[in-house]
Design a protein around this ligand. Sequence first.
Ligand code: AMP
Length: 577
Amino acid sequence: MTIIGIDLGTTNSAVAYLKNGKPEIITNSEGQRTTPSVFQISLDNEIIIGNSAKMASPGLPHLTIMEVKRLMGSEETVMAGNEVYRPEEVSAHILRYLKKCAEDFLGQPVTEAVITVPAYFSDSQRKATQKAGELAGLKAERIINEPTAAAIAYGMENIDKDMNILVYDLGGGTFDVSVVEIFDGVVEVKASAGDNHLGGVDFDNALADWIIDNYKKQEGIDLYSIGTAHEINQRRARIKLEAENIKKNLSVQKTASINLPFIAIHNNAPISINTSITREEFEDLIRDMILKTMNEVDKALTDAKLSVSNVDEVLLVGGSTRIPMIQQLVEQKFNKKAKKDLNPDEAVALGAAIQGGIKSGEIDSSQGIMVIDVCPYTLGTEIVKSIGGQNVPGFFDPIIPRNSSIPITERKVYYTANDYQTGVNVNVFQGDNPYIDQNIFLGDFILDGIPAAPKGEEAIEVKFSYDINGILEVEATIVSTGKKASTVIKSQAGVMSDEELNLAKDRIEKEWDQSDLYNEVKSVITRGERMLSETTGMEQEKLFSLLQNIKIALSKNDRELVKKYEEELTDLLIELV
Ligand code: AMP
């Protein structure tokens, strides 16, 4: 059975599979090679994913959810219409659509995928992604890092070479940089660094703000403060969509025009924006963000113990690397042309498909490619320090240093801090700061039953195991008794519990059922609605009431009733023609 590779992006997603040992992109139901990661639920309960949803978003901002990847692993929820969704559910809808596209394309069921995540995704973000796969009916046993996937795709093409490559991956919402060594068919990540909140959507937002500020300066009108809240949301969505187009134009042109006709009405007069922006002006808006990525490049190089001159190739991945300033900065730094032979939008999905092939056995890892990745951040626990005879909590003690090769298991022994202490709360953090409040809290658990003894006499061994998917398991053992407590840092607030998962599974199935049912009868409803204006009297009344009935039946997801009204409606339309 084919294991597909999915690049689940902030703005765009892509799917690939292995065809005769080579990865190939799977086109979506609209024939496109990438799919905007946009979810919309129409007034008729039809689920719309991808380009149609993106294009319709300015008119329907309240029914559209975009950039949900930024919320994965958090406790935040999003709304479409009256429905509240967890980020995993929205991602699951996108994955379900991609699964369906792959099944139609391949002509066979698809139940397993390798899904990519930014290298810098935390434990809860990775788990949330796996759960989204599960909700979509896709087993996602393997989660791989996006820049690693791109390096695999590149490594496959250059299997006989020995070299150090630097993958600079700037997508829609995240930035990752990885230093990778390729030798004898092995793709070994030496170090990764990045920023989970830096990408093309931030450039779109900066440009949209510039458009608004510029108009305010020139005309004294704040376009984000006139009209109703709904109108402002619609305007915001329209300006953002236009900002993305302008940004892309500026990758090929020195000046781009900004045309937003009838963007608002003020004092009964329509407002239109007709202006332009130069590439330099745009570069000024994003310079600080780009410079931040260069700091991460330095950090990855330092961690990999390599200098700029040791890097043989620089690989640009992610749609945002089409911005000329980024290419110039990267090329200046490394004093060489960046590699652009892989399509920046597709490289990650292609690499994920290769990893899928390794997992399914389609690619023999003894002959083909072998992948070694790293844990990009430091993991550790909270410790108490004795300062001036006082126990002071809040200190971070690293257990797995960042950029260790994975899988990895590390152990550390701690001693009781208080006399007759019988329990300990193991707090787990990610980060590099000596203080826990500056790091990311991952989870905690209690180990009790420690024999009462003077402080420092009882030892507790803490074991951290970080697997190839970037999932962390922590175990603590009372050395004297052997009693253990452990957790697969499961009960994180930002990750769905098993109960929530089952409920969400049912809801997602129901929503797709409803959507499929609507799709089955959509054409007859459209024909009926069109015919309404061409009929009068009793005929019009009958038609109207049948249309009402079918819509009520649809909202109740009553398949039998919908089919009954569909038949009656079809018969009536034949009579009327
Ligand atoms: P990805 O997630 O890798 O597909 O990257 C998508 C991001 O790349 C989005 O923010 C796009 O707006 C951006 N992008 C795509 N093409 C271009 C381009 N020609 N110039 C600038 N940004 C682009």
